[in-house]
Write a protein that binds this ligand. Sequence first.
Ligand code: AHR
Length: 500
Amino acid sequence: RTARFTLDPAFTVGEVNPRLFGSFVEHLGRCVYTGIFEPGHPAADDDGIRTDVLDLVRELGVTAIRYPGGNFVSGYKWEDSVGPVEDRPRRLDLAWRTTESNRFGLSEYIAFLKKVGPQAEPMMAVNLGTRGVAEALELQEYANHPSGTALSDLRAEHGDKDPFGIRLWCLGNEMDGPWQTGHKTAEEYGRLAAETARAMRQIDPDLELVACGSSGQSMETFAAWEATVLQETYDLVDHISLHAYYEPHDGDVDSFLASAVDMESFIENVVATCDHVGARLKSKKKINLSFDEWNVWYMAKTQAEVSALDWPEAPRLLEDNYSVTDAVVFGSLLIALLRHADRVTVACLAQLVNVIAPIMTEPGGPAWRQTTFFPFAQASKYGRGEVLDVRVDSPTYETKKYGEADLLHATAVRAEDGSVTVFAVNRSRTESLPLDVALSGLDLSEVVEHSALADADPDARNTLAEPERVVPHAVDGTALSDGRLTAALEPLSWNVIRLR
Ligand code: AHR
């Protein structure tokens, strides 16, 4: 059976915020050390930033880059990470049982963003695990105040005369999670987040603040947590965070392929909760969603990996090597975010380099693209503009976790110049999926490109030994005539169809 939908510019979801293509750099494993930062590497610049990684980060098209964690931020002492490198203390990082050298810190992060380019924006988290309002304010003063105070002058003394101008701040990380250092109840966190936000806004009312939502839809406190936190913070914050990671359980690949069903329901449930609190408060304001950690993550093995550590520096941790199947699920997660671009205005792929990442590096050696690199780079490049409302009529398949799921998962984005890009995933592991799209009210006459990521071996991956084993390929036979787009989507594939 054919999968169908209609595209009509009269029916839209909303404008894509460039921040939807954000990412995340945490002091975890080798994301920073031997990831983006490796003094002495043949490709490192004078600041120790790997230029081979910088090139890939630019090609990936990331925008906001969240920092410095993650679980790491809940023990973070920002003042350890500034000033002369030789004076910076080494500290235990409780989150990942490692030792933090602080050779890379706040100033290096800002310098890294500048090197990535103007599209890169800081997204800084404050520690609300072991710390509170005072330290958040000190960090803000150090980072953003122009001059004439102890901490802004200290920044200048450290070599950064110009303020960093950080607008987007996360009020802690995953404070609902019992694993979090300084974990809190919703009431405790809601009060602390509110008071921190209020004080930070006293310095600068224009900041954009993200309150912690749930670490996943399956958390026992889910939805009640958001409702309580927002009741305290509604007028003081702009976003609430969502985090979600997916992996196959008990070899159930069919459910894994439908992971976006969970992601979409998570988003819709958080939107409903935000709007419920807004209605209770009789507020006209809308809280937007910051999906600031999302990815495929083979998390089951992480706990054992971490508990075996004896406080090493920058060990190999969470270095998942992604298959074609993983990339198709990943692409479907991107589609889910785009389909909700009206309310998801920030999203961060967790993480950027080495740690559950699209970019991998070898210390002293090369950097390469994982399979997941390609859907992200294509979505960031062609997914800018207005998301069209796509309602699919698709054949379905049975999944253990989500019941009947559509084989087709799709969205479409119309750029300013009128061109349209369709992003589509075929979840069938065995069958090609015929696609028929009716184009209404769109001035389109040509298929510019149909690119697919698929492989005869769904387990194929890119590795150090074979870094270009999996790359997208061009698909023939995709046609546009008489207001209809027709295509065949290969089994288990991520597709980008560009029309103009
Ligand atoms: O991204 C890895 C970890 O996942 C982050 O540190 C934490 O916030 C989440 O649990």
